[in-house]
Ligand binder design. Sequence first.
Ligand code: C2E
Ligand code: CA
Ligand code: CA
Length: 250
Amino acid sequence: MARDEFTLHFQPQIDARTNRIVGAEALLRWQHPQLGPQSPGEFIKILEDSGLILEVGTWILDEACRSFSELLREGLIDPEDFSLCVNISPRQFLQSDFAERVRRSLLHHHVPYSMLKLEVTEGIVIQNLEDTIDKMHHLIALGVSFAMDDFGTGYSSLTHLKRLPVDTLKIDQSFVRDAIHDPNDAEIVRAIVAMAHSLGLTVVAEGVEKLAQLRFLQTLDCHLYQGYLHSRPVPLAQFRVLLQETPKTT
Ligand code: C2E
Ligand code: CA
Ligand code: CA
């Protein structure tokens, strides 16, 4: 962070019915001057274990808001109708001033609360479920929303799902990847989508690489997706170009 080697990339979230970009997930990138690009799966684990994720996490929130304030100023996104999704690690969520940090970044960059969606995993409930739920409600009262990431892996406890105030489920990419070959994975995806619908949750499929996967999801009425099929995560300048190319709605 001191050497300015972190950047954020953005992966579009697509509504397959209109082919419009309806949101973006911010993903951390680390380009080491000698060793080249580092795998987030590895270095983020180290940031989490060492506690450095607190400082870096604050930077991520701020940088994501700064980037999106540019897109808002340029009129490329509709503040009423666009989600900026930021991954939050369980450790970050434990900070007593977490909500205040979120507020500060949004206010400082004039990004509306309602644009921010925080992606959390079930790991956030490990410490104190009540405290976690309180923190979430505090942010929800301001307009921020929450998505449950990697749904279907880990415990995927239905108790957590019932108690945590999330409005979106993200189906883990492992199921999406295998759904077109493995009938078991197809059934899992079908069950998650059906459950999300009956609970009134938005559902987003992750890791969509092939048209056949998208077609299968569409038969289930799962229209929101992310994946290489549409775009890899890209730097802000490229994300801007994707927005400029996207079909405009009324
Ligand atoms: P995640 O939150 O599940 O992020 C989705 C991952 O899937 C990203 O990997 C993305 O590049 C990748 N992906 C997207 N579309 C496809 C596809 O079609 N096929 C395949 N094979 N992969 C696809 P990435 O960027 O390597 O990040 C890995 C994990 O690291 C993330 O999983 C998340 O848990 C963590 N991470 C990344 N950025 C942040 C961050 O800013 N903060 C925190 N706390 N964690 C982060
Ligand atoms: Ca995520
Ligand atoms: Ca995920």
